[in-house]
Design a protein around this ligand. Structure first.
Ligand code: SF4
Ligand code: SF4
Ligand code: SF4
Length: 587
């Protein structure tokens, strides 16, 4: 073969393979490692011929897995963390901690967040440091249990007093050949349990979610096993919480049949935040064109789609283009009105009146109409219930009246803005009415005075007409900042679910700041109260991640909002357009 042919073949191979293979999960994975993996289950029983030449089984193992070694007591995953990896036990064993749940301090989290009392709040007014980020030792001190548990060379974290902890909790052991973490990795849900290595020489194979997805795509047995676990442990609890199925007995044969008839669908790219960042950096985050189509207006669709995780855009043809009607997130349903319409007028074709697209990433469950008819009481599928479905909802008198009010933006314009900027992800976005804001900076000062002399937000951000969404943590539904924090320092608070950072266990690695699609995390060099930098053993300044914590310690709530003398600033759940419209209407 001529040299030019070889390079052409190589070029063709490179063009066909996924980009992620240029950056393998473990650059040290050798041919011998891949051979070794091919000798163990489940890979030894997979049919290599079922994998396409552009995605051979061995290449998936080489690019999308890593062999990791663990010491007894080393934490593999923490309950409540978000993660994109699944694990297979290659050797040794791990313990899954079932109950009681571990003290948060053992996992690098802050102890239960307490509201500051009146005296502390008063003291905070005069104890502020002239230097920003003047932190006292207590706030940086790692809890005694967590101290020394982080290995600074590889950021591994150990559960302190592991034998005692294990002897006082109910656990399940997992041995060679058993897998864990796959449901959380594939459905972007928080980990439901903490898993700790418990034997010398424990070796785990870590899969990226993309690798696991591709293995499932071409290996029927693995897909069947993971689907079955998903239906048993995750889907059933999700469906049981929905009003449509709440009348069903969870252990009944009918409910099991419902779970089996539900079809699991995943659309879009899990790494949407990275893509969004690139698009936003390019100046025009118009991502509609790249959103995977789930249902197209006018095409056959005989059932409903339930959103399990992620977000979708519902749109309809308008003039020569399309307009967004709404975006739906976890627990919301698409297609209910079409099902009802079809039942009322069976002679009509089962076509959708709307288009549904995954925004970034969406994990959906499709329930066919026949299944709905079989398990949902008929009165819930009549026209009255369709009327309460948001897609078919007629605007109320109040909503129509509002549209005549010049201060209120047409809902579709606001929706387009929120959707294009991906703000539907935020439950507590900071919105400022710039017509009312006098730029007095009282909000900024209030935030600084409650947070070590440095505000935790920037008073600028994307604008739609007079509304600005400021650069502050939005406390997202899908907090991608939490993926990969090695110490568990960034976490959801156990009370309100706010995304907070425990400064004591933050090691300043910047992973969270790089992951946040909204640039809401700032890395700061922290100082003593006297203004000197805190330094590590190598005399390097200590770096900590900081962001809006929604004033979790302030009994009166967000200081920025309370400080605004003009009621120009609010914290709003932008996935619920009405909450913002109500605020605008009130003033
Ligand atoms: S830091 Fe970013 S990703 Fe994390 S919750 Fe806040 S806005 Fe969302
Ligand atoms: S910088 Fe962020 S990801 Fe790294 S340890 Fe701190 S909180 Fe965790
Ligand atoms: S809620 Fe508190 S921490 Fe967040 S921006 Fe407002 S004042 Fe700052």
């Amino acid at each position: 073969m001529a040299a030019s042919d070889i390079s052409l073949a190589e070029l063709t191979r490179k063009a066909a393979k996924p980009d992620r293979w240029d950056d393998p999960m473990d650059p040290n994975m050798t041919d011998a490692d891949v051979e070794g993996l091919m000798a163990v289950e489940p890979f030894c029983v997979m049919d290599e011929k079922a994998f396409p030449s552009s995605m051979p089984l061995r290449e998936i193992l080489r690019a999308d897995t890593a062999i990791r070694s663990y010491q007894p007591g080393e934490i593999v995953v923490r309950r409540g963390d978000y993660g994109t990896s699944a694990y297979l036990v290659l050797g040794g064993e791990v313990e899954v901690i079932l109950k009681p749940h571990l003290d948060p301090r053992l996992l690098g989290r802050a102890a239960t967040e307490k509201k500051k009392g009146f005296v502390s709040r008063l003291a905070q007014l005069w104890s502020n440091n002239p230097e920003p980020e003047g932190w006292d030792e207590a706030s940086l001190r790692v809890s005694d249990d967590f101290k020394n548990s982080v290995n600074s060379e590889d950021n591994s974290v150990f559960l302190q007093d592991f034998p005692r902890v294990i002897s006082t909790t109910e656990t399940a052991k997992l041995h060679e050949g058993q897998m864990f973490g796959e449901i959380s990795a594939l459905s972007r849900m928080p980990r439901t349990a903490t898993v700790v290595a418990s034997a010398q020489g424990t070796r785990l194979l870590e899969f990226s979610w993309q690798g696991l997805r591709d293995l499932m795509r071409y290996d029927v047995a693995l897909k069947g096993q993971i689907d079955s676990n998903y239906r048993k442990y995750s889907l059933s609890s999700f469906l049981a919480k929905l009003p449509l199925f709440s009348h069903m007995e969870v252990n009944s044969p009918q409910f099991h049949a419902l779970c089996n008839e539900a079809q699991l669908e995943t659309f879009g790219d899990y790494g949407w935040s990275g893509e969004y960042k690139k698009l936003a950096a390019g100046g025009d985050p118009d991502t509609k064109a790249t959103e995977p189509l789930v249902v197209k207006e006018g095409e056959y669709c005989n059932g409903i789609h339930l959103v399990r995780a992620g977000f979708c855009r519902v749109s309809q043809k308008y003039g020569g283009g399309e307009r967004t009607l709404k975006y739906i997130g976890a627990g919301q349903v698409f297609g209910f009105d079409d099902v009802v319409r079809q039942r009322v007028n069976p002679e009509q074709d089962a076509v959708s009146l709307f288009t549904l697209r995954a925004m970034g990433y969406a994990d959906l469950i499709f329930i066919p109409t026949a299944t709905l008819v079989r398990y949902v009481p008929s009165h819930l599928l009549d026209a009255d219930h369709a009327a309460v479905d948001p897609q078919g909802k007629k605007p109320s008198k109040k909503a129509r009246a509002r549209q005549g009010d010049e201060r209120i933006h047409p809902p579709t314009k606001l929706m387009e803005f929120v959707a294009e900027q991906r703000f539907f992800n935020g439950t507590q976005s900071m919105v400022i009415d710039m017509d009312l804001c006098t730029r007095c900076d009282d909000c900024v000062r209030a935030c600084a005075s409650t947070h070590d002399g440095n505000p935790r937000f920037l008073r600028h951000g994307p604008m739609m007409d007079n509304l600005m969404v400021a650069n502050a943590c939005m406390h997202c539904v899908d907090p991608v900042c939490m993926i990969g924090c090695p110490t568990g320092a960034i976490h959801r608070s156990s009370h309100g679910g706010e995304v907070v950072i425990n400064p004591a266990s933050c090691i300043g690695c910047t992973i969270c700041a790089n992951n946040c699609p909204y640039d809401a995390i700032r890395m700061v060099e922290v100082r003593t109260k006297k203004g000197h930098f805190w330094v590590d053993e190598q005399q390097k300044p200590l770096l900590k991640a900081t962001k809006c914590d929604l004033c979790i310690e302030q009994a009166s709530g967000p200081a920025c909002q309370n400080a605004c003398p003009h009621d120009a600033l609010t914290r709003s759940d932008l996935s619920q357009e009405n909450s913002l419209i109500q605020w605008l209407k009130k003033r």
